[in-house]
Ligand binder design. Structure first.
Ligand SMILES: NC(=O)c1ccc[n+]([C@@H]2O[C@H](COP(=O)([O-])OP(=O)(O)OC[C@H]3O[C@@H](n4cnc5c(N)ncnc54)[C@H](O)[C@@H]3O)[C@@H](O)[C@H]2O)c1
Length: 259
């Protein structure tokens, strides 16, 4: 999709980090943005600093009635949503499966996986019927390669987001609607701190994350390019290939094939 022709984008987790980077990159192309976030305080602060063409809605992506309200309000203000970015998420809980708190597993799946389904469910049929639009779902490198102990619930959710995106792309392709899945490696954001603030369990109790080589703003620009090219996979950290290669080599070997 030509992003400059899009009028309205709806971005979850848009008050912080990667979601805010994507919102800023879209707004820089003249797209009006609705940012949806569970954190009322950070949402209000972003709106104060961003002005015209930005709206905010308090939304917990687990709340299906809230999704319907948020869509109605957003479209009443800025018109039909052309781009939906299902990006809200929480951090890994640091727990191995043998010792995992089941409530913590459920929470990660509800926000990081079912939250993405809820966004697709809210917007995809309208986009299909209008014959126009693009869906971006934020997964992770942890959705492409098995990750380290303590990130298993997170990784299970992110593999699911990749799968939703791959299937949805095939389902909508004939209707002029594109689908991309963003799979970032490590980006310095408030992910752990925000997860702890919103009541989730994290490794080390929500520590600030160390610097990374890719910023949320750079990821935002990559997402705009990915939408324009209708790329299925948006890979922000191609140098982190080794974990994916190891998994693919294992699969190929099991099928008796070489890379
Ligand atoms: N930062 C990384 O290294 C990294 C790597 C790979 C994938 N990701 C993914 O990127 C996405 C954005 O994370 P980020 O790193 O920018 O962190 P972030 O904490 O800066 O942004 C996440 C936003 O989602 C919001 N949020 C959390 N739970 C919510 C809920 N239930 N409903 C609505 N909003 C909710 C938070 O308030 C926050 O504003 C997440 O899906 C995350 O899993 C991040």
């Amino acid at each position: 999709m030509n992003v400059s022709e899009a009028r309205h984008a709806f971005i979850t987790g848009g008050a912080s980090g990667i979601g805010l980077g994507i919102a800023e990159a879209l707004a820089a192309r003249g797209v009006q943005v609705t940012i949806a976030d569970a954190n009322e305080e950070t949402l209000a602060a972003v709106l104060v600093s961003h002005g015209d063409g930005w709206r905010g809605v308090v939304l917990d992506v687990r709340d299906r009635a809230g999704w319907a309200r948020a869509k109605a309000e957003a479209e009443a203000a800025f018109g039909p949503v052309d781009i939906v970015v299902n990006n809200a998420g929480i951090a890994p809980n640091g727990q191995t499966f043998a010792d995992m708190n089941p409530d913590s597993f459920d929470r990660i799946i509800a926000i990081n996986l079912t939250g993405v389904f809820n966004g697709v469910h809210t917007f995809a049929a309208d986009m299909r019927d209008r014959g126009r639009g693009h869906v971006v779902n934020t997964a992770s490198m942890a959705g492409l390669a098995t990750s380290v102990a303590g990130t298993g619930a997170y990784s299970a959710a992110k593999f699911g987001v990749v799968s939703i995106s791959e299937t949805l792309r095939g389902e909508l392709a004939e209707n002029g609607v594109g689908v991309s899945v963003l799979c970032p490696g490590y980006v310095q954001t408030g992910l752990s701190l925000n997860t702890a603030r919103l009541g989730g369990e994290t490794r080390g109790g929500g520590l600030a994350m160390p610097p990374s080589d890719i910023s949320p703003e750079q990821v935002g620009d990559m997402v705009v390019r990915g939408i324009e090219a209708n790329d299925l996979y948006i890979i922000s950290h191609p140098h982190n290939w080794s974990g994916v290669e190891k998994r693919i080599r294992g699969l190929l070997a099991a099928f008796g094939q070489d890379l």
